[in-house]
Design a protein around this ligand. Structure first.
Ligand code: SF4
Length: 323
């Protein structure tokens, strides 16, 4: 027998309701041979019911290797699409179809085709944070964890990098022998966080190290002791000698950091004021009741045209080989 809670009007859940729903989700996952994947930026109560919590690359790999019949993907739309591309015969469910990534939506397939006409001699590299239609137009996908390493392996001297200008600039500095043409997309929560806010945190915590995600503004990146993807920050912050680490990435990571090494202090911009927080609203659009309802009813299935799946798989597989 399932839980029958009225959840169309979402409200704050009590601890008991959260635990009850979590048990129900796990029971349904067993019964339906479903795997639950969650990004590090998800809410703690959602991370807790996941079979696996990770960043884009790790989740892509999980999606490709699982033998589950259903993948419930707790992340934004492009991540669910990537799971579908890599596991086309599985049922991929997205608990909130309205949770997209604003950066991924800053470039369309049509715009990529036009750029191709302008730069026929370039290799086109897309950050994994792109729609399936955009992936279908490019030569290679990368994540923030592997971008510099993978791009160095390309023979082409000219790279069109899209859509994230901040990540593109950071990569270009590490691959100086190539020419980069950057699309002007950006991640609103990361890119809009200012260097002045980092300065204030450094004044407040002078003995702390600073770890920054490469989607941040180049001026913020300049102030970092360490720059890396979410997984790389997780590794750095939990193992660095310093007792305090200022972490400039989405605040959801704090939960995993505390679980992995509670003996350190992780300072997120949230401690200053809410406006200065690196907070992704669309990631937080996935709630526990939505995960429960989606798995129970097997709704919100991610569907893509066969032709897009075929074409979008090539740049992702190339990335997985090169990385
Ligand atoms: S944190 Fe930025 S890149 Fe990630 S989903 Fe949110 S808007 Fe997109």
């Amino acid at each position: 027998m399932g839980v029958t809670l009225q959840m169309s009007e979402e409200k704050e859940l009590s601890r008991e309701e959260i635990e009850r729903l979590q048990k129900e989700v796990r029971r349904l996952a067993e019964e339906k041979n479903a795997i639950i994947l969650a990004h590090y930026y998800q809410r703690p109560e959602v991370q807790d019911i996941a079979d696996f919590v990770g960043d884009s690359l790790e989740l892509s790999r999980k999606a490709a290797s699982t033998d589950a019949d259903i993948i419930v993907f707790c992340g934004v739309r492009f991540m669910c699409e990537t799971a579908k591309i890599l596991s086309p015969r599985k049922k991929v469910l997205h608990p909130n179809p309205e949770s997209g990534c604003p950066m991924a939506d800053m470039i369309t397939a049509e715009q990529v085709r036009k750029l191709r006409e302008k730069h026929p001699d370039a290799e086109f590299v897309a950050y994994i944070n792109t729609t399936a239609e955009v992936k279908a137009e490019v030569d290679l996908c990368v994540t923030s964890a592997n971008a510099p390493r993978v791009i160095k392996k390309l023979s082409s001297k000219k790279i069109v990098f899209l859509p994230d200008q901040a990540l593109g600039q950071w990569v270009a500095k590490q691959v100086p022998d190539k020419e980069f043409i950057l699309w002007k997309g950006f991640c609103p929560p990361h890119f809009e966080f200012t260097a002045r806010e980092v300065e204030k945190l450094k004044e407040q915590y002078p003995d702390a190290k600073v770890a920054v995600h490469p989607e941040c503004h180049p001026k913020v990146i300049e102030m970092a002791d360490f720059v890396g993807s979410t997984s790389q920050i997780l590794k750095y912050a939990t193992s660095v000698e310093a007792k305090k680490v200022i972490v400039i990435t989405e605040v959801g990571l704090k939960y995993t950091l505390m679980k992995k090494n509670p003996n350190k202090e992780y300072i997120f911009p949230e401690s200053m004021n809410y406006c200065g927080t690196v907070y992704c609203c669309t990631m937080k659009g996935i709630t526990l009741p939505k995960v429960y309802e989606t798995l129970r009813d097997e709704t919100n299935e991610v569907l893509l045209p066969e032709e897009i799946i075929e074409r979008a798989r090539r740049p992702i597989e190339r990335m997985l080989q090169l990385s």
